[in-house]
Design a protein around this ligand. Sequence first.
Ligand code: GLU
Length: 390
Amino acid sequence: MSGVRARFAPSPTGMLHLGSARTALLNWLFVRTSGGELLLRIDDTDAERSDRELEARILEDLSWLGLEWDLGPVRQSERAERYREALETLPVERRDGAYVFEDRVIARADGSALYHLATAVDDVDDAITHVLRGRDHLANAELQSALIRAIGAEPPVYVHAPLLIFDDGAKVSKREGDRATVAELRKEGFTAAALLNALALSLADFGTEELMFSAGEIAGRFELDRLHTADSRFDEAKLRWISGEHLRAMELSEFAAALADFGAGDLPEPALLAAQTGGQTLVECTALARMMVEPPPPDDAAIAAIDQTEVGVAYAVLDELVESWPPDVEQAKQVFAELKRQLKADGYNLGVCLRGLRAVFTGRTEGPEFPLLLACIDQSRWEAAGYYHH
Ligand code: GLU
């Protein structure tokens, strides 16, 4: 044991947002690299705004992200006596009954501790060696270390990381509502691996050109002096790109299980393969896969595309080429190549033919690779599509 101990201290007054998850990741990376321990502390001195249900959701989101802690969770609300005891030893003034230390209120008139006192006492009692948090807490460090010295202890090392901000410069925090909570992004179909990857990129330079990596891969490569020096913008386009890369890197069985969580139901392998290459989030992939086995009613573009005489010709050629539906992916590739060859040789407009066929089978004029689509069509769907064959 290196003796290093850090803590992550969320307030259970809102859902875990990306900014807070990023602080958790910072601490997690730091202890994983330094061989230290991570304590999870619940900052719930504000009884009115703190909520046990939210606390449980924060723990759940942290676990889902894989940011496991070694010690805790401990709640500040359960340490009231200890704070009172510490308060008695401190050189405080009373103002309107409240307890004031260096011009800041640290305890209410009833003697109950506020955030700064509770945090200073805890950081001492919990033997915290490193406090790693966002730059929005920079101004707190001076007061907290003064409190710690007054208690008779040595302050920890404080590191205040640049923040994650939105395009308009606002910091990503719980006050933004659902805009960037972990739970919301999870619901939108981002994986934990993708979120951690994006957060890590926004946090530090890991000495690699690679944009895509797992948290485990970088855990041993983190150094505090690699932290970015400027605030990072929450870049949704980049998150989406990273998310797609992580989905494509998954084993097919793992990907299928992830889609199942989004209600994808039973899917043939070609639908899974198409979904894995076609979407950036699990929600998009699920929609894509569903559309291959259970097409939506054709939209206007699809109706127009179907309504072309060439489509009937293409259908007839396919009917000749496929012996039994569905063809497997290899057969479907060969059939597709042959279909294109014949249509071209007979002077048909390939684009019109394929758009129309695609519209017949998916209700849309754009979508997954054609051979994968063919490999999802069973005999009954093939016959039902014959309706369009005029
Ligand atoms: N509870 C504070 C927050 O959620 C963190 C306090 C600290 O790290 O000292 O921002």
